[in-house]
Design a protein around this ligand. Structure first.
Ligand code: G
Ligand code: G
Ligand code: MN
Ligand code: NA
Length: 250
């Protein structure tokens, strides 16, 4: 309860900070975009990771305003970034279910000055697949404005593969648990390979998460995934550091 109280007004007090992790073209190591990842700089507890406060924010409904705050920061930061990178922002289920979402997202992005084609919104399977939530209609509407949709942690949720063929999405993010299994064996590659093949057939892009070794990067390339993020390239960092961080070729 105390944490929830503190969270009220955290954004207004400037306690929420947004870090950026590059999403790179694996062949060149060049950043094509950045994932925005929020942190809470709590005056007493120190840096609180999202896993500790996003669920609280979801329960209390604070996530809606926090999410718009993160979006505004992310779009404004990217407006000043060289090379017109895209920015990928996470949306939680509760945000997806709020009827004003599309209107508010459009207003924030337009105010920032970046084009709508430079925004990717990351949603989880559960947030879209729940028929009651109106998630599908929301995604259609967002996409009609040129915003791209990525399915986060793909493969860990409960959507059936059949259902996926009808989802209005652009990108599948291969969950880092499947990248971690890449060990040069067919069994280790099984799920990543299945996701990549599926994406090819459905004409979706793939982004591999949690790439930590050059071996994983090479294996992803061999499987046909050309974009990824992970500690091999860079951890989430403050904007300035993220923009000037060195990228590497594998
Ligand atoms: O950065 P880190 O690995 O600690 O992120 C942990 C989780 O928190 C990830 O699942 C990520 O999707 C989520 N997360 C990070 N930033 C945001 C945000 O701005 N909004 C929402 N809804 N989730 C976020
Ligand atoms: O659920 P989502 O994919 O949005 O979560 C992203 C989270 O993954 C962030 O909290 C980020 O800190 C973390 N992350 C980013 N790169 C790596 C990596 O290479 N390895 C691991 N274990 N975690 C990573
Ligand atoms: Mn994500
Ligand atoms: Na993920």
């Amino acid at each position: 309860a105390a944490l929830a109280d503190d969270l009220t007004g955290a954004a207004a007090r400037g306690e929420l900070i947004v870090l950026y992790q590059p999403i790179v073209t694996i062949e060149t190591g060049a950043a094509a975009g950045y994932e925005a990842l929020v942190r809470w700089r709590h005056p007493v507890r120190g840096l609180v990771p999202p896993l500790d406060f996003i669920p609280v924010a979801e329960r209390t409904g604070l996530i809606y305003d926090i999410g718009l705050h993160v979006l505004e920061r992310a779009c404004t930061d990217m407006a000043a970034a060289p090379g017109r990178p895209y920015v990928s922002v996470n949306l939680s289920p509760r945000q997806m279910q709020t009827p004003t979402l599309v209107h508010d997202v459009l207003a924030v992005v337009r105010r920032s000055g970046i084009g709508l084609d430079r925004l990717v919104l990351e949603v989880t399977e559960s947030a879209i697949v729940d028929e009651q939530s109106g998630g599908i209609a929301t995604l259609h509407e967002l996409r009609s404005h040129g915003i791209r949709i990525a399915v986060d942690d793909f493969g860990t949720g409960y959507s059936s593969l059949h259902y996926l063929t009808r989802l209005p999405v652009d990108i599948l993010k291969i969950d880092r648990s499947f990248v971690a299994e890449l060990d040069g064996t067919p069994t280790g590659a099984a799920i990543a390979e299945a996701v990549i093949r599926l994406a090819q057939v459905l004409r979706l892009r793939t982004i591999a998460e949690g790439i930590e070794t050059t071996e994983q990067a090479h294996e992803l390339l061999a499987l046909g995934c050309h974009t990824g993020q992970g500690y091999l390239y860079a951890p989430p960092r403050p904007l300035d550091e993220a923009l000037r961080s060195e990228t590497r070729r594998v």
